[in-house]
Design a protein around this ligand. Structure first.
Ligand code: ADP
Ligand code: MG
Length: 253
């Protein structure tokens, strides 16, 4: 994608769960090369918006376009193939497998069941390619030295990085991260921010759902603020920080 051109266009997306409007006609855009933050209090609809973009949930109404093409209603695997990848709010891993195995398998098996059986059905060449790609992505984010450790032995920070490596295996142009900094210690947040800045410098676009305002402020080009399912405002970090409406949403004042 050409730097600065519209990459993801979210157009009045809506999601109702029974009588609850979780996402209420929300629109925003991500331009190629940008890091966009999606922030808001708990229950604002951030994860649901993520799930609408990635095809995990079907929309009640609205449209999502990626690189100019409508992806609304496509199954999540096809959306991934077009270049959108994601991590989940809660780390998904097999704790007694190595980091490398988790990244290789996780990328392959995303959304499937019967992990071991699928592994056995893979031919040698396919398996080698998968592990080579996993190693490449772990190296890219600075985790090559930990790839033979058991995933369950890692602290939360490195586990989140492992998830990012897994998401990178499908060679996305847009990476969506759901609360990557949640629960991390200060040093781990700094390491994560460093990796995200590096990915941006390599041309990656990112959408970052975060509860942690400070983390988002230092990292993003633009921020979309959600509250009660609606888009409260959109602007630069400085604009968002200065907004009385945003302060009220966060602090209840
Ligand atoms: P956030 O990620 O901003 O904390 P969510 O998108 O997870 O918010 O949730 C938005 C609202 O939608 C909440 O009120 C939540 O309880 C509701 N919700 C989310 N997923 C479902 C679901 N699968 N079924 C019913 N309600 C849901
Ligand atoms: Mg959430």
């Amino acid at each position: 994608p050409v730097h600065g051109e519209p990459l993801l266009q979210v157009d009045a997306v809506r999601k109702e769960f029974g009588g609850l409007v979780a996402v209420n006609d929300v629109s925003f855009e991500i331009r190629a090369g940008d890091i966009v933050g999606l922030i808001g209090p708990n229950g604002a609809g951030k994860s649901t918006t993520f799930n609408l973009v990635t095809g995990v949930l079907s929309l009640t109404s609205g449209a999502v376009r990626f690189r100019g093409e409508t992806i609304t209603g496509l199954p999540s695997r096809q959306i991934a193939r077009r270049g959108i990848s994601r991590t989940f709010q809660h780390v998904k891993m097999i704790p007694d497998m190595t980091v490398l195995e988790n990244v290789a398998l996780g990328g392959y098996l995303r959304g499937r069941s019967g992990a071991v059986r699928a592994m056995l059905r893979m031919d040698r060449a396919e398996e080698r390619q998968l592990f080579a790609e996993a190693e490449r992505q772990l190296t890219r984010i600075g985790m090559a030295d930990r790839m033979h450790e058991l995933a369950g032995n890692l602290a939360l920070g490195p586990q989140r990085l492992m998830e990012i490596a897994r998401a990178l295996c499908t060679d996305p142009s847009l990476l969506l991260l759901d609360e990557p900094a949640a629960g991390l210690r200060h040093k781990e947040k700094q390491a994560l921010a460093e990796v995200l800045r590096q990915l941006k410098s390599e041309g990656m676009s990112l959408l970052l759902v975060e509860h942690d305002m400070e983390f988002v402020m230092g990292l993003t080009d633009r921020i979309v603020v959600m509250e009660f399912g609606t888009r409260l405002m959109e602007g630069t970090p400085a604009e968002v920080q200065a907004s009385p409406a945003v302060r009220a949403a966060y602090l209840g004042t």
